[in-house]
Design a protein around this ligand. Structure first.
Ligand code: DNO
Length: 354
């Protein structure tokens, strides 16, 4: 297991590589080209430049999160072929830089969604939170506006302002895309990128939908064991893999995360580990990584990964905002560093107990 931290790249992150390097056990980062629009090509030169920046600090790029998939590919518009061709070029650039894991998602329009990016906890820390009642009452435009406002000047991953400026047209374009169409478009995409992934040994680790149910009437198709296994079987190839994200799958308490880890054994190259606390079934917030702070048994999750031979990359996912830190919501340094240490401690204990 390789512990990593996510890093948004020059100009997009308040946390520096020099700081990340000091987190015990962390030798690499998960990063991206934040300025890219879905559908655009990542050139070899751009990826090599990013790699040089990371390596100059003595760290490695251990995975990409994300090369975002365009809505044209998800919808299956006339632009789909051009965008897939560009995606293949981006994968070539990444592959040539020796990067083997690419995280992506297939959520229509909105990537991960929260209704509060700084809910205050009793200890004064702030966390990302979600309340379904708020989503039921607002329209997508106001969600976009409030996410932007709450982000405090940072660009949120997957919430490209340029793309979301055309929200009305986007919703219209998805009008005839139900779960089945979206699923078939995902299968088509995975088949088309298969060769380039084989050439470079790239594993495409799809990120589960967050939250794990449809919002604003848009379909969500990677949300539980059944949908995940259907996808892994539909394209039963080594490049078709899963990012196990405990915080996303865990939004639905019916999801047994350890069971999903076992079912997807061998197809999980990337793990996002974090914990959630529920105030009601429709209202949850992110907590510290510690089992006792939330609803999930982190020991059991780490053990399931260990028992299934997980040898991929892991990152402590979203953390609380602590000690006055100002950072990309969910991605401050302090709580993620604490989380990394805690998860590494669990892993060491599991290994030594074998
Ligand atoms: C949010 C992240 C997501 C994730 C994408 C993967 O913090 O977990 O934005 O990176 O869904 O494509």
């Amino acid at each position: 297991m390789e512990m990593t931290l996510r890093w948004y790249g020059p100009g997009y992150d308040s946390v520096s590589l020099a700081q990340i390097k000091q987190v015990p056990g962390v030798r690499g980062v998960i990063t991206t080209l934040m300025g890219k629009q879905p559908g655009e090509v990542w050139t070899e030169a751009e990826v090599q430049e990013l790699r040089a920046v990371v390596e100059a600090e003595g760290l490695q790029i251990m995975g990409i999160e994300s090369i975002n998939v365009s809505d044209d590919i998800k919808i299956g518009t006339a632009n789909r072929e051009a965008h897939i061709a560009n995606y293949i070029k981006s994968l070539e650039s990444v592959g040539k830089a020796g990067i083997k894991v690419v995280c992506y998602n297939f959520m229509p329009i909105f990537d991960w969604t929260r209704t509060d990016l700084a809910r205050v906890r009793e200890d004064g820390s702030t966390v990302l939170a979600y309340n379904q009642d708020i989503i039921d009452e607002i329209n997508p435009e106001s969600l976009k506006g409030s996410m932007e406002k709450m982000a405090g000047g940072f660009v949120l991953p997957g919430w490209e302002p340029e793309r979301l400026d055309k929200l009305k047209a986007l919703f219209e374009a998805y009008q005839d895309v139900d779960e089945e169409v979206l699923f078939q478009n995902l299968v088509y995409f995975l088949e088309r990128i298969r060769d380039v992934c084989e050439t470079y040994g790239i594993r495409m680790a799809i990120h589960p939908d967050d939250p794990a149910w449809p919002i604003f009437g848009l379909p969500r198709i990677v949300r539980d064991k059944q949908t995940i296994m259907r996808l892994l079987k539909a394209v039963d190839q080594p490049h078709n893999c899963l990012t196990i994200c405990t915080g996303s799958l865990g939004t639905n308490p019916q999801n047994d995360i350890c069971d999903i880890i076992r079912a997807a054994q061998g197809r999980i190259p990337f793990a996002h580990i974090r914990n959630l606390r529920f105030n009601s079934e429709r209202d949850f917030e992110e907590s510290a990584h510690l089992s006792s702070d939330g609803s999930m048994d982190m020991y059991a999750i780490m053990k399931a990964l260990h028992e299934t031979g997980f040898d991929g990359i892991m990152r402590p996912d979203h953390g609380r905002m602590l000690w006055g830190e100002v950072a990309v919501p969910g991605y401050g340094l302090y709580d993620r560093a604490i989380g990394a240490g805690y998860l590494e401690g669990l892993w060491e204990a599991i290994e030594k107990n074998e």
